[in-house]
Write a protein that binds this ligand. Structure first.
Ligand code: ZN
Ligand code: FE
Length: 256
């Protein structure tokens, strides 16, 4: 499994068994075609999490050149033809089972794919819902929907590898440290990620146990996080996770 960099900060995740490959959210066909050529792989399936251009832009051209099957959310505008997926559906590719989870919030029909994994820990392809240290912007959903979606992802096994679609980690962690300056796990993780980026390495995949420890958007029920959110917006109901999340999201949008 490897992240193919695309645009300025997207990753197109590719899984392969040395013969066949699966890609997730190919916003651009070129890096995928290059990787297929370099490794002598044939593309079996394309999994899409949501309708944004930086996730679907390469789908038509990849379908045409490789004949790969395309899968995407039932409730969103998608490049046809494709198989549309709902919560609880499964996709089988590379002999692996990808379970579909509904995770609305960033977009109304956003889905994620959970796979028990070919070797080692489970994999989660969560698009723009959960990022390392952050979450997606609420373009089409409510804070309550995003809170429920993040709760679903936080409940996955702690060793689940989080394969999100953007390298936003350092800017997310800068914000996370403003919310929880005293969180020691967060401080250590932030230095670790800064060193990775300095060495030109991706910070991803992260894993769910780490996100539970350091990601303020998965920590909306922690008193420190709720108090910080209330400090940003005095209207925040500290006992209400979605209210805390709404304040954090607004704060992050304005944060520099
Ligand atoms: Zn998006
Ligand atoms: Fe995106």
């Amino acid at each position: 499994m490897l992240p193919l960099p695309a645009f300025s900060d997207n990753y197109i995740w590719m899984l392969h068994d040395s013969r066949n490959a699966v890609v997730v959210d190919p916003g651009d066909a070129a890096p995928v075609l290059q990787a297929l050529r370099d490794m002598g792989l044939s593309l079996q399936a394309i999994l899409v999490t949501h309708h944004h251009g930086d996730h679907v832009g390469g789908v038509n051209s990849l379908r045409q050149t490789t004949g790969a099957a395309v899968y995407g959310p039932a409730g969103e505008n998608m490049p046809e033809p494709l198989t549309r997926l709902r919560h609880g559906d499964n996709v089988t590719a590379l002999g692996l089972r990808f379970e579909v989870l509904d995770v609305p919030g960033h977009t109304a029909g956003h889905i994620a794919y959970y796979c028990a994994g070919m070797d080692g820990a489970p994999l989660l392809f969560c698009g723009d819902t959960l990022f390392s240290g952050g979450c997606g912007r609420l373009f089409e959903g409510t804070p309550a929907q995003m809170q429920a979606s993040l709760d679903k992802l936080a409940a996955l096994p702690g060793n689940t590898r989080v394969c999100c679609a953007h390298e936003y980690t350092l800017s997310n962690l800068k914000f996370a440290l403003a919310v929880e300056p005293g969180n020691q796990a967060l401080q250590a993780y932030a230095s670790h990620c800064a060193a990775l980026r300095q060495a030109g390495q991706p910070t991803l995949p992260s894993h769910i146990a780490m996100e539970r420890a350091i990601n303020p958007f998965l920590r909306t029920r922690e008193a420190t996080v709720a108090q910080a959110a209330h400090g940003f917006d005095a209207q925040t109901d500290q006992r209400h996770a979605a209210s805390v999340l709404a304040a954090l999201r607004q704060w992050k949008n304005e944060f520099k």
